[in-house]
Design a binder for this molecule. Structure first.
Ligand code: EPU
Length: 428
């Protein structure tokens, strides 16, 4: 087993380059299943969720050629298999995008119910609603698999009861080659939805309105070869912004789209962090005390739930009491027990956490409970006095490329350590 060891208290300074967006990549890679021709994808993040997605594609019969660590060429012309095996699907929530993609390609998909971060119940009823609206039938199978079948997908009106990123992606994937017009109402507006639509349009799809809450997909017969570059990861950028703010640092973050970060920027400015915006970079620095504030997560363009654990570290060090409300997931505060080990004063009641700011955090042995909860431990460790050991770092590596090198280049004292098996968890 490996862990991160951080000797905290160093101010971050220097420059960091943001990788391609995880949540765009894990939607666009399955979307290549719909394309008749080679897809060259650039700015793909080198993270474990992407390798799992590529393994699923290989298991279906994709020909994959790595041009370099962030560019792949994918040829799905010889794809024959429409089943995603359980041992791959269970690692990653986004494996359910293969349902929409395989359904659109073959008229049949068999996929195991997906894994991913544990935030309580994570239903997919809205995905299934989208498929059935287009004429598919859904049947549960043995061992947690579901089968979705359609003789011919026909465009229809799909009203999503909840704003769901995954259901919006799956509705687009299933609709893109169906007959006629599909209208997705109450659609998610996240930048990765727009990126997926832009990718598919670059291959000949006819998708309009992505980025608004009504998306119109006019079905086409064929998608052709394309070259596409994935957008920068706004959550990775927000994470480095939080790390700079937590350490009282001064950094420049390259390869960002500042517009995607508006809600994060606004909140951090309210907390006394200085943020200078340039065309595709940001300078983030802090010298004064962090100011307390209240934060509520919302679907885009609201404050992203995927930045909730990171901002909590800043709230825990602010000059008074702050209220953090999670309105997207039922149970996304599991990580706060780990923060308490570092001295953080927090009370959680359901979807609301109240932080009473303290002067400094203290290093401690902690674990990553999930991807964003894990990176919050890294930020806390960077800001804390003393040493923080973080176990279960595989969660963090699902979504952050080269995290140790990027932080070390900014002056952090962080290293990856191999822990002999007989010592695992004794520190916890
Ligand atoms: N929901 C339903 N029914 C559905 C689908 C969703 O009730 O059929 C509920 C969920 O339980 C949740 C809410 O709707 O309460 C929003 O879920 P959504 O479907 O939008 O989430 P997701 O597509 O499963 C994606 C990201 C998550 C991110 C959420 C919200 C990917 C691969 N994952 O998940 O990212 O938190 O949107 O923005 O895109 C992460 O990157 O750390 C991460 C967890």
């Amino acid at each position: 087993m490996e862990k991160f060891q951080i000797c905290g208290g160093k101010r971050l300074s220097g420059e960091v380059e943001i990788s391609g967006a995880k949540n765009a990549a894990v939607a666009i890679l399955p979307a290549t299943v719909l394309v008749d021709g080679v897809c060259r994808l650039e700015n793909i993040p080198n993270i474990s969720d992407v390798s799992t997605t590529l393994k699923i594609l290989k298991s279906l019969g994709s020909q994959i050629r790595y041009i370099n660590k962030n560019t792949v060429e994918i040829d799905n012309s010889s794809l024959r298999i429409h089943t995603v095996p359980h041992d791959l699907a269970r690692h990653m929530r986004a494996s359910y995008y293969f349902i929409g993609a395989l359904l659109g390609r073959f008229g049949i998909a068999r996929v195991s119910m997906p894994g991913g971060c544990n935030f309580g119940v994570r239903p997919i009823d809205q995905h299934l609603k989208a498929f059935t609206s287009l004429g598919a039938s859904v049947s549960p199978m043995e061992s947690g698999m579901i089968e979705v079948v359609a003789n011919r997908l026909v465009g229809n009106s799909i009203y999503l009861d909840i704003v769901s990123v995954g259901a919006t992606v799956n509705a687009i994937l299933a609709a893109v080659k169906s007959r006629g017009l599909t209208i997705i109402e109450n659609a998610a507006k996240e930048p990765h939805i727009v990126d997926l639509a832009n990718f598919l349009n670059s291959a000949g799809a006819d998708i309009r309105g992505a980025g608004t809450d009504v998306i119109k997909v006019c079905g086409v017969d064929l998608l052709h070869a394309t070259t596409y570059s994935i957008i920068p990861d706004q959550i990775e950028a927000g994470t480095y912004m939080a790390a700079a703010a937590a350490t009282g640092g001064d950094i420049i973050i390259h390869n960002v789209i500042p517009k995607h970060l508006e809600s994060v920027t606004a909140k951090m400015q309210e907390m006394g962090v200085v943020i200078e915006e340039y065309d595709d970079s940001l300078r983030v620095y802090r010298s004064g005390q962090l100011i307390h504030c209240n934060v509520k997560t919302m679907p885009h363009p609201g404050f992203p739930t995927d930045m909730q654990p990171q901002i909590s570290v800043l709230l825990s060090m602010a000059d008074g009491a702050s209220i953090l409300t999670e309105s997207v997931w039922d149970n996304r505060f599991r990580y706060v027990d780990e923060l308490r080990r570092m001295g953080v004063q927090v009370q959680v009641d359901g979807k609301v956490a109240v932080f009473q700011g303290i002067d400094f955090l203290t290093g401690a042995p902690v674990k990553a409970t999930d991807l964003r909860g894990g990176i919050a431990m890294v930020i806390a460790g960077l800001a804390a006095r003393g040493v923080t050991d973080i176990e279960e770092i595989h969660h963090i590596e699902r979504g952050y490329e080269d995290i140790v090198d990027k932080l070390a280049n900014l002056g952090a004292d962080i290293r990856r350590i191999v822990v002999p098996n007989n010592l695992v968890s004794h520190a916890l």
